[in-house]
Design a protein around this ligand. Structure first.
Ligand SMILES: Cc1cc2nc3c(=O)[nH]c(=O)nc-3n(C[C@H](O)[C@H](O)[C@H](O)COP(=O)(O)O)c2cc1C
Ligand code: SF4
Ligand code: SF4
Length: 299
């Protein structure tokens, strides 16, 4: 099978998940092409692929605008099979609405829907997840990806149902519609900390950062991806009205994944507040994964 994986990533969580999917598809003898969307990515011809996978991080209950704009530019042949694997920092039901524009686009193109999956990844904004929590999340991601790839092989289709109320809510919350353009007027670089290393300039997916007169400056077509502030080695970038939710410093996903889940579950039946939604989410993945194992044992 020839598989095309099209994705947008800010702080590389989505890129990491795409890497895991690619590994598995290649190991099973498929041909895989990856396309990472930046402002410089030309439209990719899709017609020759047997399957197209779309991956994105959820931003304010929506798919990132650069992702949606890029997909709009693509042409698909009628009958093109596609699937979606999105990710975000929590599992609030309003996140269910995030693929509505992509699904509409693919319905118009007469694509054949092969399933949608919602994975959790550590927050790159709001607050930093503890390493043990990330280890548990990655272990569950592994299980859900296994379910997804088996379903794709068997033709089993999983849907994520949204509701008109979630769709409406997500439409209004669409943070980047004004956020990126307006907020970057308020981005600041702490001159005492910045070493002018140029990392933010080179890595911005939308060429929104430049050096001028020995300082770092921002233009006003920001994707709100947080890559610049998240990876700045000096933690020198202040992100305007989102500064209270600023997170700096990469998660070592490969190392945390290799360690496996923590010896004592991070999420338990007593988890409360923000963590409560993970009880049901993890239980649902366990249910699907165990059903898959039973089915394999019967064959
Ligand atoms: C501007 C912005 C908005 C976000 N909004 C949400 C959200 O609505 N729900 C959520 O669960 N996570 C949200 N997140 C967290 C990301 O979806 C999550 O950390 C994701 O794994 C980042 O993927 P990436 O590293 O590929 O960009 C948001 C992150 C950013 C930067
Ligand atoms: S990444 Fe940080 S330290 Fe490097 S140039 Fe940008 S703001 Fe300065
Ligand atoms: S300016 Fe920063 S947040 Fe905005 S697109 Fe560039 S890297 Fe992402």
């Amino acid at each position: 099978m020839r598989v095309l994986l099209i994705y947008y990533t800010g702080t590389y969580n989505t890129r990491w998940l795409v890497g895991r999917v690619e590994e598995r598809l290649l190991a099973e003898g498929n041909e895989v092409t990856r396309v990472e969307i930046t402002s410089r990515t030309p439209p990719v011809p899709t017609e020759d692929y047997d399957l197209v996978g779309f991956a994105y991080p959820i931003y304010g209950f929506n798919a990132p605008l650069p992702f949606e704009s890029y997909v709009k530019k693509l042409s698909f042949r009628p009958g093109q099979r596609f699937f979606i694997f999105k990710n975000s920092g929590e599992t609030m039901a309003m996140n269910n609405a995030s693929s509505r524009n992509l699904l509409r686009r693919m319905r118009r193109a007469q694509g054949v829907f092969m399933g949608e999956y919602h994975l959790v990844m550590p927050y790159n904004i709001h607050f930093r997840f503890e390493d043990d929590f990330v280890r548990e999340i990655l272990a569950y991601d592994r299980k859900l990806l296994e379910v997804m790839l088996t379903n794709l092989k068997n033709g089993t289709v999983e849907r994520i149902e949204s509701r008109p109320l979630y769709d409406l809510g997500a439409f209004f919350v669409g943070i980047q519609k004004i956020g990126g353009n307006v907020n970057s007027f308020f981005y600041r670089v702490d001159a005492d900390k910045c070493t002018l290393c140029g990392k933010c300039v080179h890595e911005c997916p939308h060429e929104n950062i430049y050096k001028k007169d020995g300082t770092i400056r921002f233009s006003h077509h920001c994707d709100m991806c947080m890559r610049c502030s998240f990876f700045c080695p000096q933690d020198a970038i202040r992100i305007g009205f989102l500064e209270g939710w600023h997170v700096n410093g990469a998660y070592d996903l490969d190392a945390l994944d290799a360690m496996g889940p923590p010896s004592r579950p991070y999420i338990t039946k007593d988890s409360r507040g923000f963590y409560r939604c993970f009880i049901k989410y993890f239980a649902e993945i366990d249910r699907k994964y165990e059903a898959l194992q039973r089915e394999k044992a019967h064959r």
